[in-house]
Every structure is written in structure tokens, then in C-alpha cells.
Design a protein around this ligand. Structure first.
Ligand code: XIL
Length: 334
């Protein structure tokens, strides 16, 4: 009754979280939290190429299947993430002399993975993070491995291939850096919309746009017309919007007081969701994790952070699975 899941549902939304499957399978208390709070889950990395394809001839679906079984057992949906990402290209692709050409490999991968889960997922992030203006192309396309090997057509190819293998799943283009009212995000929004318009004109099967929503506390830009206009343009193309990876990075908060930080983080959640959820195109909200115990923002060397040795409190529940102000902020935004 008081869960994020129930609150979202009552307002025509589905709420959920990214999950590292290993954490779920080893910690019953965490599994309980997820099943109480989430109507949808997505595996953080288990369906990316590096995890799924340990070698050319092997597909390892064990982790993804385990999460899907958990989701369906608890009457949740699951998203697929992701069929194509510049940051998950297995090493063997670059060294295996006997592999098929990249285009064939790409088609085979997407076909096999989409068929494996056909009819059982809510949506697929078909292509993730294809835009990178600083790579210098006028169309904004990132010069990723996939781009270098196949040219700009790889994006359309990915969507056509996914649709052929799973006729009903919602096919999503997912990207970051569109949330704030600054010049950099404005340029990213422009280039992503240009990509999406081109895809619609070419009749590429595209159903939804993922806005990652990795937002930040303690920096000068806010959320406003830029984000609202972006969502409205997407809606006018007949596409749904999913907030796919929401969390708040608090590295720019200079003070250490936990109460003050939690309040600032909660305010960012409210401010962001107030603008984002004003759009009727938004159908799903997923945070990238649900408890600070497992936020990806605490991965990696802490000395690279502005606040070294200070674990981030970026998610709705703290590391003991207690709700924080961020939880109430998210809940009351629905
Ligand atoms: C991250 C995972 O959370 C990490 O565990 C992993 O090491 C790297 O990838 N944008 C995305 C996600 O689309 O796939 C990323 O997930 C976070 C940024």
C-alpha cells in the first residue's frame, strides 16, 4: 500500500529498479525489498555483450533468466538492457580471426537474444548512448566500435533486427545528458531528436525513448523548459518515454552533514520528477538501483571523486534498506 510500486501504479506508472543479479540471489532481504517496491526490473549489466558472450560460440543467459524468473514470480515486468553499447564490446571480437564479419555477428546476436526473451520483456534498450557531440560529427553520432565497423546504418539495422525477432516488445533508444537546462544538454537533445526524426521518417520500428536521468545535486543548472520541450517533441512523434536510470550524484555537495545532503538529494528527485512527470508520454520510472548499498556511483576508485571516501547516498533507500527523504520525494512525485 505504501510502496513505490503501488503509488506509481495508482498514477498510471510503473516504478522499478536496476538490479545486479548476483546481489539479488545472495541477499534475501534485498530480494524482499525489490519485490515490495518494484513493478519492473532491469539487469544492470547481465544482458550486455561482455556478460552474455564470453566467447563467439557461447551465449550465457543464466543471470538474465534468473532475474526474469524472479520478476515473473513476483508479478513484475522486466526490461532488456542493452543490445548495442559502445562500452560493452567483448575482447574476442577484436582478436578472433575466424569470426563472421561484424554486421553478421551483430544481426546474429540481436536475433538470438531477442528470440530468447521474445514475448517476455516489457521493452528493450536496442541502442544505448549512440550520441557523442564531442566526437565531432555533424550528426552527433559517437564513433563507437559499432559505428566504425558498420557506419551510421547500424542503428536502423539494430531496430529492424530486434523487431523481426520479437514483434511485440517496445523498442527503445536510450541515452543520457538531456536533463539539464545548460548548453551541453541542449545540444545533445537537438542531436538525439534529429536521430529519432530520421528513424521515424525511414519507418524504423521505434516505440520509446529512454532518458537515463543520471542527475546531479549541487551544481548550477536546473530542470525546466529544455527537458519539457524535449519530452513534448518525443510525444509528438508518437513515442513513449521511460526514465530508465534515475539516480542523484551528490559528489558536488561540499558539506558532509547527512541530513542536509539527504534533503538536497531529495529536492533534486522532486524537482526533476516534477518536470519529467508533467509529460503524459512518461510510462515508466526506474532508478539505477534502489539502495545505497549497491549504487554504481560507489564503484571504482574513490580517490577520483570530489568527495573521496564518502559513499554516495544517491538512491531511495539507505544501505540498511531504510527509506530516506529521497524515497518520499519519489513517492510523492507520482
Ligand atoms: C553500469 C553498471 O551499473 C555498472 O555496474 C557497470 O560496471 C557499468 O555499467 N549508463 C548505462 C548503464 O546505460 O548500462 C551503466 O551501467 C550506467 C550508465
Amino acid at each position: 500500500r505504501h510502496s513505490l510500486r503501488a503509488h506509481a501504479h495508482a498514477h498510471g506508472l510503473v516504478y522499478g529498479s536496476a538490479v545486479r543479479v548476483h546481489d539479488l540471489l545472495t541477499l534475501p532481504e534485498y530480494a524482499r525489498l525489490l519485490s515490495e517496491q518494484c513493478g519492473i526490473v532491469v539487469p544492470s549489466s547481465e544482458l550486455k555483450w561482455v556478460a552474455l558472450r564470453p566467447s563467439r560460440d557461447r551465449y550465457d543467459f543464466t543471470q538474465g533468466d534468473a532475474l526474469l524468473a524472479f520478476a515473473h514470480h513476483n508479478h513484475m515486468e522486466m526490461r532488456g538492457h542493452t543490445l548495442c553499447w559502445h562500452n560493452s564490446v567483448p575482447d574476442w571480437i577484436k582478436t578472433d580471426q575466424n569470426r563472421p564479419d561484424t554486421r553478421q555477428l551483430f544481426i546474429d546476436h540481436i536475433t538470438t537474444v531477442c528470440r530468447h526473451y521474445a514475448g517476455r520483456l516489457q521493452s528493450w534498450d536496442v541502442v544505448n548512448e549512440a550520441i557523442l557531440p564531442s566526437d565531432g560529427r555533424t550528426d552527433g553520432l559517437r564513433k563507437s566500435f559499432w559505428f566504425e565497423q558498420m557506419g551510421p546504418g547500424y542503428i536502423d539495422l539494430a531496430f529492424h533486427t530486434a523487431r523481426a525477432a520479437d514483434p511485440n516488445v517496445l523498442l527503445t533508444y536510450n541515452d543520457y545528458g538531456v536533463e539539464f537546462d545548460d548548453k551541453e544538454d541542449a545540444e545533445r537533445r537537438r542531436l538525439i531528436l534529429e536521430l529519432l526524426r530520421g528513424m521515424k521518417q525511414r519507418n524504423v520500428p521505434l516505440d520509446a525513448v529512454g532518458i537515463q536521468s543520471h542527475v546531479k545535486a549541487g551544481q548550477p543548472y536546473g530542470f525546466g523548459k529544455g527537458l519539457a520541450d524535449y519530452m513534448e517533441s518525443i510525444r509528438q512523434m508518437g513515442l513513449q518515454v521511460f526514465l530508465t536510470e534515475l539516480d542523484v550524484n551528490e559528489d558536488d555537495l561540499a558539506y558532509n552533514d547527512v541530513e542536509k545532503r539527504d534533503a538536497a538529494i531529495a529536492k533534486i528527485y522532486s524537482d526533476y520528477l516534477q518536470v519529467a512527470l508533467a509529460s503524459p508520454a512518461v510510462k515508466a520510472v526506474l532508478t539505477w538501483g534502489i539502495t545505497d548499498r549497491f549504487t554504481w556511483l560507489n564503484d571504482g576508485p574513490t580517490h577520483h571523486r570530489k568527495q573521496p571516501n564518502r559513499p554516495q547516498r544517491s538512491l531511495p533507500f539507505d544501505s540498511d534498506f531504510k527509506p530516506k527523504p529521497a524515497y518520499f520525494a519519489v513517492r510523492d512525485s507520482f
